[in-house]
Design a protein around this ligand. Structure first.
Ligand code: FAM
Length: 440
């Protein structure tokens, strides 16, 4: 079966029954205890959400429906199934979306079917194009992307059906599915238009219907080299989801829980992704590295790097690209990009410097006892990879992340409606409440 909606429709009743069983069997079990420190400290370590798509293990990193990043690189369909060489090994995002939605590894035919469906749904009408082209070019790419999704919201099928009073609760997932698939299909086009508007005199490039979702995105931005298309395929696959509690996924889920449609929900999620402690870190890493190179050049000693880290931290800033709220080891998504760059960009000076930094900086950060995880995260590498391949406008990098994250956020949203999850509404406490509760 290559029709994703039909496959989902068959799985949904089974998963609903499983959720019901979990609620009935374990509904009154205690998940854990949490402290005042956790309440004030951004809910670190508290299990407070249910997301069935992926789980972040502190040491193994992200696990998508039971599969690690190296396994996915091996098992997911590739753009050219006949080419077995290392130059054609990046997974197709179509494949990972199928896996996220169904829990099953797709065949090449199933990934192909998604490719055609997204091509078909991916047309962006002239009115939206005009809306983007009329935005001032000094708006950040993420601001433009968030605004463009809000513009597209007028086409939401869910919002229309809800407004007309034509939809029953048990069927919410279907128009959510339709909107989510439209949004995923259109977002590379919208993001590419933003890129061309900001950085290429608004000269747009038409979509190429022969290409896959990621390859076409690279093409519409103006990159025809095979290596860039492969890089974007891998990039869009590995950034797609990072369990439910990260800012972009959680925001999208929270807003969607109020039955705001997928456009409203993901636009909100993007505003969170645009923060420097989250998705903006990839642009920050590059800015950081370029400043460092300007001061010291690309051939530097380990001591130069250590001194620079001290200088950054003593001036009250963070070293972007290192550390994580959940991970306690190097992010496997970082390793994925190291492997890619060692094969495709082995002589690149900037990549060499980045790898040197990734070796030296964790040891230095370890000397700052308060930092829970000194190791490189996904954003440490991604910007430098794009820069070395010619996508040098680093203020745009978070938009590439956003194209990818649409896969996880939309898959989560569809499943949240299929599971019939309620509006999210945790309690909060004022300072007096803590005093009163814990007064000795
Ligand atoms: N450089 C300097 N200080 C750091 C640091 C870093 N890379 N990572 C953590 N710290 C500090 C942190 O600011 C905090 O200091 P204060 O107590 O003075 O506020 C202290 O160490 C304890 O923080 P933590 O428990 O280790 O980390 P958190 O869970 O609070 O925060 C991050 C996690 C990711 C926000 C943090 O490590 C950071 O700011 N890293 C740099 C920015 C970055 O790379 N973000 C991208 C994360 C990425 F995976 C993503 O979401 N896309």
């Amino acid at each position: 079966q290559t029709n994703l909606k039909k496959v989902i429709a068959e799985i949904i009743p089974q998963k609903q029954a499983e959720l019901k069983e979990v609620k009935e069997k374990f509904g009154d079990k205690v998940v854990g205890q949490y402290t005042v420190k956790q309440v004030i400290g951004g809910m670190r370590g508290m299990k407070g959400l249910m997301s069935d798509l992926s789980r972040c293990d502190p040491y193994q990193g992200i696990i998508f429906r039971g599969y690690t990043i190296p396994q996915l690189k091996e098992f997911l369909p590739k753009a050219d199934p006949k080419a077995a060489d290392q130059a054609n090994q990046e997974p197709l995002p179509e494949g990972i979306f199928w896996l996220l939605m169904t829990g099953q590894l797709p065949t090449h035919a199933q990934a192909e079917s998604l490719k055609h469906e997204w091509q078909h749904r991916g047309v962006v009408n002239q009115d939206c194009i005009n809306f983007i082209l009329n935005l001032p070019k000094d708006l950040h790419s993420m601001t433009m992307l968030s605004m463009a999704l809000l513009y597209l919201q007028k086409d939401s099928k869910f919002a229309k059906l809800y407004d007309e009073g034509k939809i029953s609760k048990k069927d919410y997932w279907e128009p959510f599915y339709e909107d989510a698939m439209d949004l995923i299909a259109k977002i590379p086009r919208v993001a590419a238009i933003i890129y061309r508007h900001k950085y290429r005199d608004s000269k747009l490039i038409d979509s190429d219907s022969r290409l896959d979702w990621a390859g076409n995105y690279a093409h519409m931005m103006g990159f025809e080299q095979h290596v860039v298309k492969e890089c974007i395929r891998g990039y869009l696959s590995i950034h797609c989801d990072h369990e439910g509690g990260n800012v972009s996924a959680h925001t999208t889920h929270l807003v969607g829980s109020a039955l705001s449609d997928p456009y409203l929900s993901y636009s909100a999620g993007l505003n969170g992704l645009a923060g420097p402690l989250h998705g903006l870190a990839n642009q920050e890493v590059l800015k950081w590295l370029l400043q460092f190179i300007e001061e010291k050049g690309t051939k530097v000693s380990d001591k130069d790097i250590e001194d620079y880290v001290d200088h950054v931290i003593s001036s009250g800033r963070v070293v972007p690209g290192y550390g994580h709220a959940v991970l306690r080891d190097t992010d496997p998504r970082f390793h994925h990009q190291v492997d890619f760059s060692k094969f495709h960009l082995k002589d690149d000076q900037m990549i060499k410097l980045l790898h040197q930094c990734a070796d030296v900086i964790p040891k230095k950060l370890l000397t700052y006892k308060k930092i829970a995880n000194p190791y490189p995260n996904v954003d440490c590498h991604s910007g430098v990879l794009l820069y070395s391949l010619g996508l040098t406008e680093y203020q745009y990098y978070t938009a590439v992340f956003a194209v990818s994250r649409s896969l996880g956020c939309m898959a989560n949203l569809i499943w949240s409606r299929a599971f019939g999850l309620p509006i999210e509404r945790p309690g909060s406490a004022d300072l007096k409440w803590f005093h009163d509760k814990f007064r000795e």
